[in-house]
Design a protein around this ligand. Sequence first.
Ligand SMILES: [Zn+2]
Length: 365
Amino acid sequence: MSPVFEELFQQARKTIPLIHASELFTLLSLENPQFKLMDLRETDEYHQGKIAGAIMLPRSRLEIRVEALVKPEDTLVLYCSSDVRSVLAAQVLLDMGFPNVSALKGGITQWIAQGYPCEPCLNEHYLKRFESHINLPEIGVPGQTLLKSARVLIVGMGGLGSPVALYLAAAGVGELGLMDADIVHLSNLPRQILYGMPSLNLPKAWSAAYTLQTLRDDLKLNVLNERLHAGNACPIIENFDIVVDASDNIETREVINAACVDTNTPWVYGSVSGFEGQVSLLDAQNGPCYRCLWPNPPPTPLSSGPLNTAAGLIGLLQANETLKLLLGHGEPLYGRLLLWNSLECRLREIQFSKKPNCPVCSTNA
Ligand SMILES: [Zn+2]
């Protein structure tokens, strides 16, 4: 250490309490909501793993982000690899108005040496790949970790399912369920962009899995070469955090709706026809369900198609809504139906509410 740095460190060392690994282990077991553990290492140091429950905030971003993550009344313990950066950072937080701050003696190195448990972090390859997301303050390492642990079921691997799957895989979602009982036809290719000529006559779910696995070899895939029906819907949907409806028929949407109400699972509704499409987010715990939106089946669209870009845009809006929900950011589409028209190039919104006597989601029904 240089003399100046040494002096700074010694000054901070006199002010900042150090706690031992055994004390931290006890504090973590108390599950006090005002107790916050913060990992200050930079992302290229994550190969050692992390202490469960730690907020990952690299030292280089501390002053910019800390006030969004913790409150002045919280009790904070900081750790780094040893305890040099955490002691100095604790002094900074003290000066910023966080009075209850201490540092872990010996950092994560001592924690591990004494046999306390760690959990894996995102590896360096993953962090490099998703650095553009990680650099967004609203996502960062915590948000990207959420995406990595997320499980999304896509029902229908056609014109909507193709962009949904490609964008969710590319965004870093950890597990996708790919559900479709059909095979790839020549007339599918303009809008079902997961497939090419070698996919013809192959099962869509398997062909999609092949393409997605080449995009990301760490992506966990659950290939479901079958139709969703009332008999299999709940056991399948229970394994996922969110469902994306990329089907092309009302019967499947009714099955998804009933099973998602039963299993308390949110789902992203999407449909497209001709030059038009619509999207909403349905979750009976937080708003209306599909039957609240359509008490009677919606009219069958007269036009066929769709235009491939209309399907692409609706699928992209569905993927966008899925990512927002997984990250817990933005204004969800609960009770809002987005209507897209490709020819007008216009997006409109209709609001709808929960029906008190809805036969699917109401407790009064
Ligand atoms: Zn309802």
